[in-house]
Write a protein that binds this ligand. Structure first.
Ligand SMILES: [Zn+2]
Length: 416
């Protein structure tokens, strides 16, 4: 029932947005219908032409500079050590909706952090001397002595005393189940021309904010602490396609489709384009999380091929080229991808992926010798590791200082 309600809400949202887009706006009144025209009929006087709406003039975007951390720069020192990598899911704006005891509450507790926790984690990483780098700048493709393409680890040049940190964000699709559980509904461009989130608060009121979603929160944090991102990098957004992207329903459905759905999909595609463009302009990059959030270690090669083509068609066509693949469920293809290079890995690599990211207990990375690719693991700040892996994350933050024990479900914690 809950899922049905959420589907209804989503449909209502889509239709109301479609209705907004279809409503005439700012049509100039015809010359015979102006207020000065004495010939205006009484019928027209009762139903005057709508005031022409002022087209909002988007403010000139603030310039945003992105630079290359692999270029030597005065005052910057070489870094060849580990590049740490943390990943988040969308963050919980309203814990009272997330942790309401429903069927999703424990899953949200396991896999997500709240806005307050996220703010504290960013602050702590900043205080501990981490600076953001983009995942695509850490490794490069080159030609080996044997004439074959291979990946190499780049030397990064960082401000003295700083340590590099990659951030990635999985499932930034704003799935319908997230909407009723206290997360943002979608990204939009706010009146100030900046990325904001749109959603409903627990009373059902519309809220546009830069303080309730991981993406604008990081944008703001970097505005306030520009030295957290000396190269302009933000994070890499790991997108599936089956519920659209960034809160826009850009997906197809092979079972249930008609012209009206396709027309709406095209509208959603147009609507998300400026969001993608602004994200890219301000240091965000994109990777694939597969179209269907599929298990790459379990499904057949044919299924994986069809899913990959669909991702390129429906998501890649909007976000552009990427070399980054984030394994759904952290599940590695072909059993053990850093020992074997099996048919699934070979296929995925052949489509253009070079960096294959899983999930693990450290920011491990391994350049494969037999194929041009790198494998890397990411750490995962979330309820599970806040509760059970305090030590492993102390280099970034102390779970004791971060975790909102009072708002989360009363479940086990390993520290006290
Ligand atoms: Zn995922």
């Amino acid at each position: 029932m809950r899922q049905f309600t959420s589907l209804l809400l989503t449909l209502l949202l889509i239709f109301s947005l479609a209705a907004c887009a279809a409503a005439p706006s700012g049509d100039p009144p015809s010359s015979s219908g102006t207020a000065e025209d004495p010939a205006v009929s009484s019928e027209d006087a009762e139903n005057p032409a709508p005031e022409p709406e002022e087209e909002p003039v988007p403010p000139e975007p603030e310039p945003y500079e992105i630079s290359d951390p692999t270029e030597e720069k005065e005052g910057y020192v070489p870094w060849n050590g580990v590049v740490e990598h943390l990943f988040f899911h969308p963050v919980i704006a309203y814990p009272e909706l997330a942790f309401d005891g429903d069927a999703q509450a424990n899953g949200l507790d396991d896999f997500m952090v709240t806005v307050d926790e996220y703010n504290k984690i960013l602050q702590s990483c900043y205080d501990k001397g981490y600076v953001l780098v983009d995942i695509a700048d850490v490794w490069s493709e080159t030609t080996g002595e044997d004439g074959q393409p291979k990946m190499i680890r780049n030397t990064l040049y960082l401000p003295e005393g700083k340590k590099p940190l990659i951030l990635s964000y999985d499932d930034t699709n704003y799935y319908p189940y997230m909407l009723e559980n206290g997360l943002a509904y979608k990204l939009i461009i706010g009146e100030d021309g900046k990325i904001a989130s749109w959603g409903l608060d627990p009373k059902g009121e519309e809220v546009v904010s830069r303080d309730l979603d991981a993406i604008p929160i990081l944008d703001k944090f970097v505005e306030e602490h520009p030295d957290f991102s000396p190269f302009g990098a933000k994070g890499c957004l790991s997108l599936t396609g089956y519920e659209g992207i960034l809160g826009y329903r850009t997906q197809t459905d092979t079972k249930n489709w008609d012209d009206a759905r396709e027309a709406n999909r095209q509208k959603e595609r147009e609507a998300v384009k400026p969001i993608v463009e602004e994200l890219k302009r301000t240091g965000w990059t994109f990777g694939s999380h597969t179209w269907g959030h599929i298990r790459l270690g379990t499904l057949s090669l044919d299924t994986i091929k069809a899913d990959t083509r669909r991702w390129y068609d429906e998501v890649g066509s909007l976000v552009g080229e990427t070399t980054i693949l984030f394994y759904p469920h952290g599940e590695r293809p072909d059993g053990n991808d850093w020992k074997n290079t099996g048919p699934v890995f070979q296929y995925l690599q052949s489509t253009g992926f070079r960096v294959f990211a899983s999930v693990g207990v450290e920011s491990f990375s391994f350049i494969k010798k037999d194929i041009c690719a790198v494998i890397c693991d990411r750490l995962h700040p979330d309820g599970t590791t806040l509760r059970h892996s305090r030590d492993r994350y102390l280099q970034f933050y102390d779970a004791k200082d971060i975790m909102d024990v009072d708002v989360r479900p009363q479940r086990e914690i390993d520290w006290s």
